[in-house]
Design a binder for this molecule. Sequence first.
Ligand SMILES: O=C(CO)[C@H](O)[C@H](O)COP(=O)(O)O
Ligand SMILES: [Fe+2]
Length: 228
Amino acid sequence: MATQVEPKIAPSMLSSDFANLASEADRMVNFGADWLHMDIMDGHFVPNLTIGAPVIESLRKHTKAYLDCHLMVTNPLDYVDQLGKAGASGFTFHVEVSKDNWQELVKRIKSKGMRPGVALKPGTAVEEVYPLLEGENPVEMVLVMTVEPGFGGQKFMPDMMDKVRTLREKYPTLDIEVDGGLGPSTIDVAAAAGANCIVAGSSVFGAQEPAQVISLLRASVNMARITG
Ligand SMILES: O=C(CO)[C@H](O)[C@H](O)COP(=O)(O)O
Ligand SMILES: [Fe+2]
């Protein structure tokens, strides 16, 4: 369906060469990335361990880019202050671990100058995020996982598009992000469902011409916005 929201193409730095993170970030911005997607994992919420606030702080010294942080951690509240200080731009926590404290989380995220978002795993019903969009202090983005969180390079789950469609119908101006298995062969269904923020790791970093993939992803979102 047609959307008024702008496309945001966010290469996932999980697929970058972590030993050269600053130059990888520059390369993606020069290729046309709007955001850089930073996957923060604690080895507990997901069976993988990646980066945390010290790496965000180091990267922030080298780039002005919007750092779209996806927190795959069991205790997101513990990360708010350090990530705010480190220079994160967006802070997206998982609904599965924040049912009891999301209001406090959102307030703290905003008070640290970051943009709050909520993510949901493939097995989580879309209705779970409604309260976070309707309260006094709503989140500003919903991230619909299209793979099980934890690793890059997995297969896109088309069944998740029902969640995207439902959210887009209910919230026409909401930023809806899809994450996992997005690339030239899967973008059209995600864009048609109403996703506007597109995370892509292996399809961008593994491409011969990453700039072409980024521009194709953007074109697909724009086309869906026009044709609805
Ligand atoms: O959150 C993630 C994994 O948990 C990543 O952002 C995601 O998997 C991106 O990688 P790819 O595009 O290769 O699937
Ligand atoms: Fe992610």
